[in-house]
Structure formats: C-alpha cells, structure tokens
Design a protein around this ligand. Structure first.
Ligand code: HDD
Length: 751
C-alpha cells in the first residue's frame, strides 16, 4: 500500500515539481521587468485578474443535470458595467438619490434600498456546532483492494472522485480562533458516480455520548455560559466539567481532548475517523462491519499548549491560513482512507468490544487499518461563503454498498443533519447549491420550496404516471447501482428507553489510552487537565473530576490533584489493564517534510553568501523558506517575507540563523540591556525571543557563520536538535533530518 499511495500521490500531484520550481524563483515586486502592482481602480474596462491557480469549483448544473451557468467561472465581477440585480446598468453607486445636494434621501431610490437590503441579509445562521471551519476541493483515488468487502464504485481501482472537505472546530463561533483545545471536524463529501457519499467524521475516534438524544446536553455544557456568553471556543469552564464528570461515558473523548490531539498543528497533520461502525456489502452480497480512518501523509502532529495559546492572539486564523497556503504553494495535503474490517456477526462485537458503542475504539494492533484509497486536496475554494459556508453534510448521504448501523448515536444523527440545514440554509433545496450538487444525474421529483433553482420540465412529478412516459423509472432488481439499505437483523424486543450492559464500561479504554502515551505526551495530558480544571470555580466539580481521574490512573490523578491543591481520591472501581496501543502515540515516527515552514533570520549587513543555496535546498526538499529581516523589502536579492516585528516563532517548524542581526531602531530594549550585560543585548531582542520560543517548543534550530555566535548570545548552546557550524546547506541537511520527527522530543521537560 505504501508504494500504491506514493504512485497515486504522484499521479494526482503531477504538477508538484513544476510548481516548486516556479516558487523557487518567485518574481520580486519592484525588480526590473516585474510590473508594479496596479493599485488604482482602472478607468477603462479591462479583464479582471485571473482566478488564482488551482482554484476551481464543482461543475455548475441544475439538480436535473443540465448546465445552467453560461460562465463556468461565474464571479460577481465578470462584466464591464455595474448593474442592479435585475440587470439595469447603473451610472453611480456612491451617492443616494436626494432632494437636492444637501436634502433628505428619497424613498424612490430603488438602488439604495436594494443594495442595503441585500447587505442586511448577507449573513445566515452559523452552524449550531462546528461553526468555525475551512474547506478545500480534492480528488479521491481508490486502490481497488476494498472490492472484497465493499462494492461502492468510488473505491474501485483507479476511479477518481472529486471531493470537498471541511475541517472545523466544534465549540467556537464562526469568528473564533483556530488553535483552541477542542475536537476537530473532518467532513468529506465524495461526489461519486453513484451519488454523494458524506463521511462526516472527527479527528477523535470516540464520542462524548452513546446516544444522540444527549447531543444537546453535551453541547449546551461545552458552549459558553448562557449568562455572560464566555468563555468562547473552549472547554476550560465549569459547565463542561460539570457534565463530563457526572456523565462518565464522556471521559474517553475528554481524555483525547486533553491529549495533544486536542490541539493539532495543522489540518494537514490530523487523523480523521468515521467514529461509528458502518455496514458494507460486496458484489456477492456478503456484508462486513467497518470503521473508516483517514491517515495524513505528513503524520499526526500537534501544537504545544503555549503555541496554541500564543496563536489564539497572534494568528487566530492559523489553521485556515496553513491549509490555504499549503494548497496554494503546491504542498497538497494528502490522506489515505483506511478500513478496519470486522465480521458482521449477530452480536456486532469484536472480541470484548461492542462495535455499536461510539465511546470505544478497536486498537489498530487488534484490527489493522487497511489503506483503500488516497485523497489529495488540490484546490482552495473560490468563494468561502458559497462553498465552505454553504456545504451541507449528512451522515445519511450514502451510496450503494455502504449503510449505517444501529449505533444509537448515528441513528439520531441521521435525523439531525437535514433538519439543521432547513434553518441554516433556509429551506429544503440546499442540495441544489453548487457545492452540494451531486456530479451525477438527479431525478428526485421533489418540487418547489424556498430557493428552487431548477426549472423542471414535465407535468407529472408523481409516480406512477403515464403523462411523462412513466419517467423516471425505478431501478429494477436487475439494474445495477441502486441504493438499498443493507439487510440487517433487528433484535426483537419491547420498546424501551435503555441501552445494553456492554455500554457501561466507561474507564478501561481511557486508561488504555493513557498507558499508550509516551512520557512527554502523558506530561502534556497532566498539564492540560490541571489547566482546564484550574479554570473552574466550583470545588465540587474539580473533586468529582479528580474521582474520574482516580478511576483512570493513580499518577495522573495525584499530579493533577497536586496542581489543584486538592487531595487525590482513591479509585471507586477496579482498574482494568488493557494492552497499550502504540498506534495511539504521536511520538517516534519520521514523516515527509512537505510544506513545513522554515524561518531564516538574516542580517542585511552580514555574510549572505549561503542564503541562495539554503533557500533553494529548502524549496528542493518541498519545504517553504521564509526570510525574516529587520525590515521589509529585499535582502541579498530575495524578498523579506517577515520582519522582526511581524514574525513569531509559532509559525515555523524550524528556525535558521544566517547572521547576528543587531537591534533594529524599532526594537524595545533587551531585557538585560539595563544591567549592562553583554550577552543578548548584542542581537535584536525579538530574534532572541524567536529563538527562546523555538527552543522551548522543541523545534529544530540551525545556525552557520555569524549565526552561531548569535545563538550563543541568545543563551542557546549545545543541545539535542541544535545544528551549528558547517556550511549553510550542511546545516539545513542536519535540520531536515531532525524535522522528520516533528519535534526534538527529548528536549521536553518531563516529571
Ligand atoms: Fe455532528 C455538524 C461530526 C455527532 C448534529 N458534525 C457536524 C460537523 C461534523 C460533525 C464534522 C460539521 C460538518 C460541516 O463541516 O459542515 N457529529 C460529528 C461526529 C459525531 C457527531 C463525528 C459523532 C460521532 N452531530 C452528532 C450528533 C448530532 C449531531 C449526535 C445530533 C443528534 N452535527 C450535528 C448538526 C450539525 C453537525 C447539528 C451542525 C451543522 C450541520 O450539522 O450541518 O446537525
């Protein structure tokens, strides 16, 4: 599968090398031969700026399959003259119609009223959960090896299927920060030849609740307090911890949130999970149970908590920007779709694990994730609102060969997703919106309703009919490709509001997760619980959650208790030791460097001889070099992309020091300048901060030439992950080797 993934990636991303070469020598604005940017509005009509490379949208067609838009690149600014919404050419849009120059505005001014009215209605309700997100277009290619269990056409060998993905946080509002501690949504729409298949998953494989009827409860607990509407986009508050400590089936999901999984480095370094078990069927009619996984090509990687907090202020759009920039630069994010396959036995269990319980995982060591296809994200949305905001996912959008199971969580979801679009997108025709339209023929006989875009021909939207020739016809038993719910026995019984006893174990897998973490990851978990509970006011809630931690692990409980200044309780249950699952840890593997950000600090007055070679080698490795200088403009013939004022360490995966820049005039005095210490006062204090942070966040640091002395001046001497001396390109090679592990793990403090 590794070779298959590599070939598929290269096939889909044929243009990658070309693009990297193009980027290696970007035109420098202001350089000879490069047109200066035109800032004034042109007085003569001319063609609009071309769309950015790689931007595309799904084909534009009606729900009945006919093309409607004459202009495939339909954009507001596609004609010469400004018009009203009904096409009347306008002479002026800057002055309202008034009774004399200084007089009152007239009601007659249709253009004024139309312009303001439309503006007044530009917003739609944000999603009740997952309001904050970022989307991208992609393509999925099947490997064909899923045929033995699933007949869905998009999984067949070499079949290419367009996709649209929306990543999101859960709790925050549309404008909230990206890097908060939260679960991330990972929703994918496959526009397959058999209709749309939506895989609406998260980056965490378990959920807070076992039955969808409790969804409003967990969300009300996690959202800001109803009185003051704070805190925004986070779980570090009383109502959240009140709920999860009382409702202990939430403890597994909560543990994942408190781990580094709650603060991903990038959407590109996140796993995705379908969470529920699904039922699939092959051509022969045999059924299996499966769990869906997305595995990122760049590996799973997270921020440190300090980075996440800094980014909340410095760049709240960090994940959105990272996704868009990576795609724009040709570092296309890629994820393998994998299946864990289980026999479809009547109990729907795998060993002791109930496959209908969404608070449980099946460790990969017990059921390996088998890669069945690759998705590469190749294009940014053309218009955020039209695509990312209006995309409507639904777990019930299934294709032949895939069906939901009786997991009580997914059963409730099957109702919720259409229902929510009715108020969010204002009516039942949301599947006609360009981003939601299937790329196959639609013949649904649904008619009318708000925002109807199709002009349906025919007089007989009913079945049976003779007036429209009996069309459309049912797919007969002999016709391939029809969707049918897969036959599954329903356990007979009495109607009850109850759940099976197998759902009652709330702690064994939480302990298993904890025991599967490396010491560094365990330390992060301890700090996360201590921080979040430390933000709660109610003592009783802290105590109750400490009781839950005692039921997970004694050391975890006692360390958090020490941080809170409370006694550590004894467990109230017998602890179960399941075998650890090494696959849950993020530490230890080496990953490709694509799209990593390398900050290079330059001193315009220093030795810049290695700069060109280091930049080219960074591009050559598929990474992005960003020059950081004391001022904007150019250094050594290259554009300075960040200044000491705009750069902050959190953006970079590694920092290189190509010189020892002296304090620039806009720098505040160094901390130790007053004391007269020689040390770091010699270099700009913002560079010192950059290096200190990069060091503390366990990033690789490299220096050559004068940079080595500057490193020492900043107090960074020999340490793991600090590459010093040798030529610039040699230093880069050493840096790159260590960047494969994402961080210099041995530099993290451990208790
Ligand atoms: Fe949900 C949105 C994922 C349980 C009700 N959900 C939503 C999105 C994702 C998930 C990724 C954002 C989709 C987008 O980007 O537009 N939800 C999950 C996962 C769950 C889950 C992985 C558990 C395994 N959800 C869940 C339950 C319910 C909902 C139990 C209700 C009973 N979810 C919704 C919703 C949303 C939604 C209210 C809000 C916006 C939307 O649907 O389109 O219907």
């Amino acid at each position: 599968p590794k070779q298959l993934a590599k070939d598929t990636f290269e096939k889909v991303v044929g243009r990658l090398a070309e693009k990297a070469a193009e980027l290696a020598e970007p035109p420098v604005p202001g350089a000879p031969g490069v047109e200066p940017p035109q800032l004034e509005e042109p007085t003569e009509p001319r063609a609009p700026l071309p769309p950015k490379p790689d931007q595309g949208a799904p084909e534009l067609r009606t729900a009945t399959g006919t093309e409607v838009d004459a202009k495939p690149d339909a954009r507001a600014q596609h004609e010469t003259y400004l018009t009203t919404s009904t096409g009347a050419r306008l002479r002026d849009t800057d002055h309202s119609l008034k009774a004399g120059e200084r007089g009152p505005t007239l009601l007659q001014d249709h253009h004024l009223r139309e312009k303001i009215t439309h503006f007044d209605h530009e917003r739609i309700p944000e999603r009740v959960v997952h309001a904050r997100g970022a989307g991208a277009h992609g393509v999925f290619v099947g490997y064909g090896n899923a045929d033995s269990v699933c007949k869905a056409t998009f999984l067949r060998e070499g079949v290419e299927t367009p996709t649209f993905v929306r990543f999101s946080t859960v709790l925050g509002s549309r404008g909230s920060a990206d890097t908060v501690r939260d679960t991330r949504g990972f929703a994918t729409k496959f526009y397959t030849s058999e209709g749309n298949f939506d895989l609406v998953g998260n980056n965490i494989p378990v959920f807070f609740i076992q039955d969808g009827i409790k969804f409003p409860d967990v969300i009300h607990a996690g959202k800001p307090h109803p009185d003051r509407e704070i805190p925004q986009a986070q779980s570090a508050h009383d109502t959240f911890w009140d709920f999860v400590s009382l409702h202990t089936e939430a403890q597994h999901h909560t543990m994942w949130n408190m781990s580094d999984r709650g603060i991903p480095r990038s959407y590109r370094t996140m796993e995705g999970f379908g969470v529920h078990t699904f039922r699939v069927e092959n051509d022969a009619g045999d059924t299996s149970l499966v769990k869906f996984h997305w595995k990122p090509r760049l590996g799973v990687h997270s921020l440190t908590w300090e980075e996440a907090q800094l980014l909340g202020g410095i760049d709240p759009d960090f994940h959105r920007r990272d996704l868009y920039d990576a795609i724009e630069s040709g570092a296309y994010p890629a994820y393998e779709l994998g299946l864990q396959v289980f026999p479809d036995n009547p109990e729907q269990v795998f060993g002791d694990i109930d496959l209908l319980d969404p608070t449980k995982i099946v460790p990969e060591e017990l059921a390996p994730v088998q890669p069945v296809g690759l998705m590469v994200l190749t294009a940014n949305p053309t218009n955020f609102f039209a695509e990312t905001e209006q995309v409507a996912f639904h777990v019930g959008h299934l294709v032949p060969g895939i069906d939901a199971t009786d997991d009580p969580l997914v059963q409730a979801r099957l109702f919720s997703y259409v229902d929510t679009q009715l108020s969010r997108l204002g009516g039942p025709n949301f599947n006609q919106l360009p981003v939601n339209r299937p790329h196959t023929e639609v013949n649904d006989m649904f008619r009318d309703g708000f925002h109807q875009h199709a002009v349906h021909a025919g007089v007989a939207p009913y079945k049976p009919n003779s007036l429209d020739g009996g069309c459309p016809f049912h797919a007969g038993a002999d016709l391939e490709g029809s969707f049918e719910h897969l036959p599954a026995k329903v356990a007979a019984g009495t109607k009850v509001r109850a759940q099976p006893a197998s759902f009652d174990d709330h702690f064994s897998q939480v302990r298993q997760f904890w025991l599967s973490m490396s010491p560094v990851e365990q330390e992060h978990i301890i700090r996360a619980y201590t921080f979040e509970l430390g933000k709660c006011y109610e003592q009783v809630i802290k105590e109750r959650q400490l009781q839950c931690l005692a039921n997970i692990d004694a050391r975890l409980c006692s360390e958090v208790a020490t941080g809170l200044g409370l006694p550590a309780p004894q467990p109230s249950i017998e602890l179960v030791d399941l075998d650890p699952s090494p696959a849950l840890s993020q530490v230890g593997e080496a990953w490709p460097p694509d799209g990593r950000m390398v900050g290079i600090v330059v001193d315009p007055d220093g030795d810049l001889s290695a700069l060109s070679a280091v930049r080219s080698a960074t591009f050559g490795a598929g990474m992005v070099p960003l020059l950081i200088g004391p001022h904007g403009g150019e250094v050594g013939g290259f554009p300075v992309q960040r200044t000491f004022a705009t750069a902050r360490s959190v953006e970079f995966d590694a920092v290189l020091l190509a010189g020892a820049p002296v304090p620039a005039p806009d720098a505040l005095p160094a901390r130790d300048a007053k004391a007269g210490a020689a040390s770091s006062a010699a270099i700009d204090p913002r560079v010192v901060l950059l290096l200190e942070e990069a060091f503390r966040h366990c990033k690789v640091i490299g220096a050559w030439g004068d940079g080595v002395a500057a490193l020492e001046a900043a107090g960074i001497t020999e340490a793991p992950g600090v590459v010093r001396g040798g030529s610039g390109p040699d230093v880069l090679t050493g840096v790159q080797e260590q960047m494969a592990f994402h961080r210099v793990w041995e530099r993290f403090p451990q208790s």
